[in-house]
Design a protein around this ligand. Sequence first.
Ligand code: IGP
Length: 416
Amino acid sequence: MDGISIRTSPRTLVPSVPALKCRQSFVLQRPFSEFVERQSRVPRWSIRAQQSASQDGSAVISSAADSLAIKEWELGRMQDEIAASQGIRIRRRPPTGPPLHYVGPFEFRLQNEGNTPRNILEEIVWHKNVEVSQLKERRPLPVLAKALDSAPPVRDFVGALKASHVRTGLPALIAEVKKASPSRGVLREDFDPVQIANAYEKGGAACLSVLTDEKYFKGSFDNLEAIRNAGVKCPLLCKEFIVDAWQLYYARTKGADAVLLIAAVLPDLDIRYMTKICEKLGLAALVEVHDEKEMDRVLGIEGIQLIGINNRNLETFEVDISNTKKLLEGKRGEVIHEKDIIVVGESGLFTPDDIAFVQKAGVKAVLVGESIVKQADPSEGALLAAWLSERENQEYHLETSMTKPWFLFYEQKACL
Ligand SMILES: O=P(O)(O)OC[C@@H](O)[C@@H](O)c1c[nH]c2ccccc12
């Protein structure tokens, strides 16, 4: 992977929110990690200078270390402020009080104030932050970058969606390999990820989505790797809560062809930075939005090819498929059309009518988990394949109704 010099953490490094706009190009070129490096260089010099001037250097060293801790804490506050200014409610980490000896411009805080996540998404993100920093220690980026050389070749995720849509005239299916979720519990006890993936592929899915979060979704990177190594040809979306660009490299080494970037979690700068890294790695980025504000932010970012509209509010778990329609109406729909962005309708799609509804709203692909993973025989998805691949040769005449699995919609269309 010669030529990749992007660092893992873009973050924000501007001194104040109002200054964000005019500093953005600078920010993109000089990621957060560099800033921290530069900051940490200053105290190190002063440590040396102060040590030699001091009889007992230890007290001076600790005040230099304090100043670094203070800088980092201030930076964390700035990141939160910038995220909040973009309407992001999710805090990236539990708020901590200022370091010892801090005499800054911020208001006084008690050490543990607000240390409880405000909702499930925030809880997941806080947990993910800790998990990723531990993983990073075990496999730092240079090690990971080497592993990229032996990663399986990347496949064209967006191309597969387009081809399926053009071929069938129906939304391309991204079928999700999902064992459980915090809102729905365990969806399938006898969960064999490779078997399910094969069934989906046989069933006509254009692409697959594989949950890799262990704690909340009972997924794993082993599942992703196993599916990739089993020779499944559908391009794979790594369904993960990405909070650090390190995860993009990790996903690629495990055979992912695409990743999910959640706008409710990532500020614009992170999305820009991460989509650039995705480009370098050949990964497609599915940028997920849930409300108008997130959609407008994402539409303002250059180079986005794929937007997912999540019908599920990840903070409350409420599902409303009319959300897809709402976000595609009017000007937003026009911009999406002009930019030739593919929109994926995500979550809560169960019935033929659901699929018809989001298709009419303008999606060219759908992301479906629960309703197909719960089928007694996941290879029943093959019904779908039969329709998709042999459209002229229809032999299925199953009844459709609001309570039937969504993919029977394809039968309904076939019988028209
Ligand atoms: O099982 P459902 O309701 O068909 O949903 C699938 C998929 O949309 C959902 O799993 C999902 C969409 N965005 C996410 C972000 C994280 C975790 C999971 C998701």
